[in-house]
Ligand binder design. Sequence first.
Ligand code: TXA
Ligand code: MG
Length: 360
Amino acid sequence: MTSRIETKVWIVDKNVENIQSCSQVVDAAKLIRQGEVVAFPTETVYGLGANALYDDAVEKIFLAKGRPSDNPLIVHIGELEQLHAIAREVPEPAVKLIEAFWPGPLTLILPKTNRVASLVTAGLDSVGVRMPDHPLALALIREAGVPIAAPSANRSGRPSPTTADHVRADLDGRIAGILDGGGTGVGVESTVLDLTTEPPMILRPGGITLELIESVIGDVQVDPAFLVGAEETPRSPGMKYTHYAPQGEMWLVSGADHIDVQKKMRELLADAKHHGRKTGVLATEETASFWRGKAEADVVLSCGSQTNLASVAQMLYGVLRQFDDLGVQYIVAETFPREGMGMAVMNRLEKAAGGRIVRV
Ligand code: TXA
Ligand code: MG
């Protein structure tokens, strides 16, 4: 256990002019240069940042999160020149993807240079790198003058944080500071694309969809181990851990007929209630009013509209945390189609459910 430290909170309006010179950003960047750990917003989720070129600083990230040291971190850059300090080679498909999607929620796995702190890559010869599309993240990296290694700013095993309050709930007293720039946008983490294999492989679905990537570089593979319960060991070290988990036991119910799905969900809820558990339904705008009338559902939370999976991605982690705050012990949810953002949404739901899926 690390000793408790005072966690500063700096509130910054992300739309302010000359954001890089505002005192909060200057203070936070100074702490990064001094080898401390600071949380900051990106367009996906909040990150927990440290100087990516300095092992002693990176070690503090693992300690604060309670993260296993065999799970490598993503390096965030503020300008393209920094890429060459991190990556040994930048192949042609990477160049095209960078042009199309950076700054943005796409992490590229590339061969690493020796400058990257060894703890960042967990001993691998490759490194994940991205340029985040958030004015506060970019200002912090540029002001610090070094690339910043950052995982999501949650305690290991908790849903990733999409607000500064989520970060505080998990890490207050364990990190030097939090830059509070309000809620994040995409809501789920970046897509991780491995460019050291041929064809390239998506190791984690995220903000930039499979369809978008293929529109720029043609065929890519998808790691067959995405789904919890699959036989294959995930290629991305981080994907093997139970992530994104609410404290309650979560079940997904999937099926072609929504009447059958709702019937099954009601059965599961009734059974859980019978065993004295506080129950919850992860609903959508379309289904929430149906569930609100039902005695077997103690808590009904909507995570957006079925017709807008980007909104579902944006709200998902916050809603999972709300179930915890309300002490819900048993949660059921419907599934979503896997196209577009649906692939990332379903991947996170499956992880949150720890592979507990009923098919009707
Ligand atoms: O949106 C995001 O990507 C957020 C924000 C803060 O940028 N970051 C994030 O980091 O989600 P983290 O550490 O929670 O997830 C990084 C993922 C893990 O699954 C890790 O195993 C994988 O990327 N990864 C990192 N470097 C890798 C490498 N060299 N080879 C394979 N997978 C790698
Ligand atoms: Mg994470």
